[in-house]
Design a binder for this molecule. Structure first.
Ligand SMILES: *Cc1c(COP(=O)(O)O)cnc(C)c1O
Length: 480
């Protein structure tokens, strides 16, 4: 068989040519977004139109236009007016490491398929463990996303705290987890995947300020136990996704210790505050956690998906998926930290440690301090701006870089206000200058912003508020 297509697909010279072209395009994209006022954040199309476009493109589009069209038709996370979801504008150097991972494609399941990145993974996770405040018994690994990391941590917790061998024999009892009603939905999903069922998810009501109400913990635990549920883990959010409010990790740690529960911290978004001199107080108590999740693709400038799962006692990270009796580091002369698939959910994964290591080597850990500190400063600054506006209110004063706010008017009822706020968000989305999202908290519709771009400033927030007011001028006469 003629293999001309394969020769073309693997041509080094073709790669060089397209690679250089792409780098130029990406540089132009970056420089036209990162420091400018006049570029759109996104070019909104409804899903069916987008599908039609790409269907046509596959048939008739100009191959040389492909990368340019992808650039044009995705949301620019590097635009300072992109203040929606919690995905970081990647530090450009990590786009290069992502490309390396893509081309080298070492699968990371065993040491020799990823020697450098396996060693880097140990170094990077050791550094994060130290930052958390763990001692040298700690270990961690990188995995594909906060969702998977939370599930893995809960499996480790079950292995560590439940006497029965559920891994091999299945459930012989009802188990439960305790988690705030404000926690990310993936914790709920993980518990369901683990077969705990609705009754095994003990949702702790939040305070008025959206923090887990730790005053209720004793009572909730007693109730669960009276219902025959053995609680084995409690999860704290650092912070919770919708509101950006941190749970009181110290109080949860005390409770966990008293009742011999595993304490897991979901720091997917804000665990990175361990790097911020100014904001590390937000995670105080995190050092007592048995396990911690931190997403690199949220608050650490790394490409999706790059997540660290850290264990206070490294033994547990080896036990999660072990078929036999628990693996003991202390009894093993040769800890095979370098064969990753024994501990991760995935078999194959990307070379994500290379991104983290490259950031540390190129800029040092101070870059993470600057990033988190700047974003939290800006979140709080935006909160202050909103507070100064007569017809706007915050859901809660920002604890981090997540801000939920809405238009209010005492003459309008809740339904009307919800409709107005949802309408504003839809118009802003379709216009595409800014990208913001929305959330419903206790039945109230809020506009939700997350400052993820270190070049988003108060000026951008002012322009956004003006824009919201413009929409109101059109909307209000219709509603009144
Ligand atoms: C984003 C987020 C998750 C999910 O992480 P992914 O990396 O998107 O899978 C879990 N918990 C919290 C608190 C989050 O903010």
């Amino acid at each position: 068989m003629e293999i001309s297509l394969l020769k073309k697909a693997y041509s080094p010279e073709e790669f060089r040519k397209r690679g250089h072209e792409l780098i130029d395009q990406l540089v132009d994209h970056l420089s036209s977004h990162i420091h400018t006022e006049d570029n759109q954040t996104l070019d909104w199309h409804i899903p069916e139109d987008e599908r039609t476009f790409w269907n046509n493109f596959l048939e008739n589009g100009d191959e040389n236009e492909l990368f340019a069209q992808i650039l044009k038709r995705t949301t620019s996370v590097h635009n300072p007016k992109c203040i929606g979801h919690q995905v970081t504008p990647t530090a450009p150097i990590t786009a290069l490491t992502a490309m390396m991972s893509g081309l080298l494609n070492n699968g990371m399941a065993i040491y020799e398929m990823g020697m450098a990145p396996s060693a880097m993974e140990r170094i990077v996770t050791d550094l994060i463990c130290k930052k958390i405040g763990y001692n040298s018994d700690s270990r961690g690994f990188l995995t594909s996303g906060g969702t998977l990391a939370n599930l893995t941590a809960l499996l480790s917790a079950r292995k560590a705290k439940v006497a029965n061998d559920i891994w091999n024999e299945g459930y012989q009892q009802s188990l439960g987890i305790m988690v705030s009603e404000e926690a990310h939905y993936c914790v709920d999903r993980a518990a369901k995947i683990m077969g705990l069922g609705e009754k095994g998810i003990i949702k702790i009501p939040a305070t008025e300020d959206f923090q887990m109400n730790t005053a209720l913990l004793e009572n909730e635990l007693q109730k669960a136990e009276a219902n025959g549920i053995q609680v084995f883990v409690i999860v704290g959010s650092a912070p919770s996704t919708a509101t950006g409010v941190y749970d009181d990790l110290t109080a949860i740690a005390k409770f966990a210790e008293k009742h011999d529960l595993w304490f897991h911290v979901d720091g997917a978004h804000g665990g990175a505050a361990i790097f911020s001199e100014k904001y590390k107080y937000t995670v105080s108590g995190i050092e007592h956690a048995d396990s911690v999740v931190i997403d690199g693709h949220k608050m650490m400038m790394l490409p999706t998906i790059t997540t660290a799962l850290l264990f206070k006692d490294g033994n547990h990270s080896y036990a999660t998926f072990s078929q036999k009796a628990d693996y003991l580091l202390a009894q093993s002369d040769e800890e095979d930290w370098y064969n990753k698939a024994k501990r991760t959910f995935e078999c194959t994964k990307t070379m994500m440690s290379v991104h983290w290591f490259t950031m540390l080597k190129t800029y040092g850990e101070g870059v993470f301090d600057e990033y988190v500190t700047q974003l939290y400063d800006m979140g709080k600054a935006f909160g202050k701006l909103v507070q100064k506006e007569a017809n706007f209110e915050l859901a809660i004063e920002p604890d981090s870089n997540i801000i939920c706010f809405r238009y209010v008017d005492t003459n309008l009822n809740l339904n009307t206000l919800n409709e107005i706020n949802a309408n504003i968000r839809q118009q802003i989305l379709e216009e595409g200058e800014f990208y913001i999202v929305q959330t419903k908290l206790r039945g109230i519709h809020y506009l939700r912003c997350t400052t993820m771009n270190p070049f988003t400033t108060e000026k951008h927030f002012r322009i956004l508020l003006e824009k919201v007011k413009e929409k109101l001028e059109v909307l209000l006469p219709i509603k009144n």
